[in-house]
Design a protein around this ligand. Structure first.
Ligand SMILES: Cc1cc2nc3c(=O)[nH]c(=O)nc-3n(C[C@H](O)[C@H](O)[C@H](O)COP(=O)(O)O)c2cc1C
Length: 277
């Protein structure tokens, strides 16, 4: 193909592409450019944002080539300003276009690298083993590490007798100040290496079993995706996840999932696969 035709085709493609991008997204492209996220590498002018300016820059480059056809000063088509109009200029336009369409890690304008893809942790409290079982299924499905939270003073069967007004759980339920249950540890070895944390607990009286509170309060979830899950006899997850999110104060918390007490591995796997992790 004649070089002129080649260049014309590229320029036309670029004009259409950029007009569509601008019409579709305009100045609303910025939210895609979160530091650390994997996004389109569209920050053409490298100012830390993807916005209409970037599309405009590509358009300007394409327009420079168009000027050849329009009989305007040819110097305008010298995209790389090396005083000659040649395939290098066309290539420069292609490279610029590629920046808009090739999905590669975004490093932003600061030069700061996004965190390396992190590991997944399943941290859970389980008084009678049901949540522990589900935690194991999640860990198997995701290749995650696991950490069980254990109260310094573990709950006996008698402690858990919620039908007995004199039991420990009933006392703690009726006296919220008594729900601050000490855990043997709230420290996760290698905490910074995890970017996804599943948080599992049984439902007690419609809320998350309170031994979980101490863990979420004690840790900084900044930069982590947090996915709550729970087991219960019949109650839904309710506001247990959002309550924990408020206690934590940090992290990107996703909507959680409730499983019945004896949930099957298949059910749990299906949910995990649907999370798109
Ligand atoms: C103190 C206590 C309160 C409970 N409250 C509820 C409840 O409000 N709704 C419900 O569906 N199940 C309730 N359950 C049942 C547990 O949520 C369920 O058995 C859960 O799977 C236990 O998980 P675990 O074996 O990991 O401790 C309660 C159990 C206990 C011991």
């Amino acid at each position: 193909m004649h070089p002129g035709k080649y260049i014309r085709r590229i320029a036309s493609f670029m004009m259409v592409f950029v007009f569509i991008m601008t019409a579709l997204y305009g100045n609303t492209l910025t939210p895609f450019a979160q530091q650390g996220d994997i996004i389109c590498y569209g920050d053409v002018d490298e100012n830390g944002h993807i916005q209409a300016d970037d599309a405009l820059l590509v358009l300007k480059h394409a327009a420079k080539l168009e000027t050849i056809q329009a009989g305007l000063p040819a110097a305008l088509a010298d995209v790389n300003q090396d005083t000659s109009i040649d395939a290098e200029d066309a290539l420069e336009i292609l490279r610029t276009a590629a920046k808009l369409i090739a999905p590669i890690p975004y490093t932003g304008g600061s030069g700061e690298e996004p965190p390396a893809a992190g590991k997944t942790l399943v941290v859970y409290f389980s008084a009678t083993g049901n949540t522990k079982e589900v935690a194991g299924y999640i860990a198997a499905a995701t290749g995650a590490d696991q950490m069980e939270l254990t109260p310094v003073n573990p709950y006996s069967a008698a402690d858990l007798s919620w039908t007995n007004p004199d039991s420990r759980v009933v006392y703690e339920h009726n006296n919220p100040e008594a729900r601050d249950v000490a855990l043997t540890t709230t420290t996760v070895p290698g905490w910074d290496s995890y970017d996804t944390v599943f948080i599992g607990y049984p439902i007690w009286w419609g809320i998350a079993a309170w031994p979980m509170n101490g863990f979420v309060s004690a840790n900084d979830f900044t930069g982590k995706t947090v996915i709550p899950f729970c087991t219960s006899a019949s109650s839904g997850i309710g506001e247990s996840g959002t309550n924990l999110q408020e206690l934590a104060g940090t992290g990107r918390w996703m909507e959680g999932m409730r499983f019945r007490s004896n949930a099957s591995e298949e059910t749990v796997q299906e949910w995990v696969n649907g999370l798109g992790l």
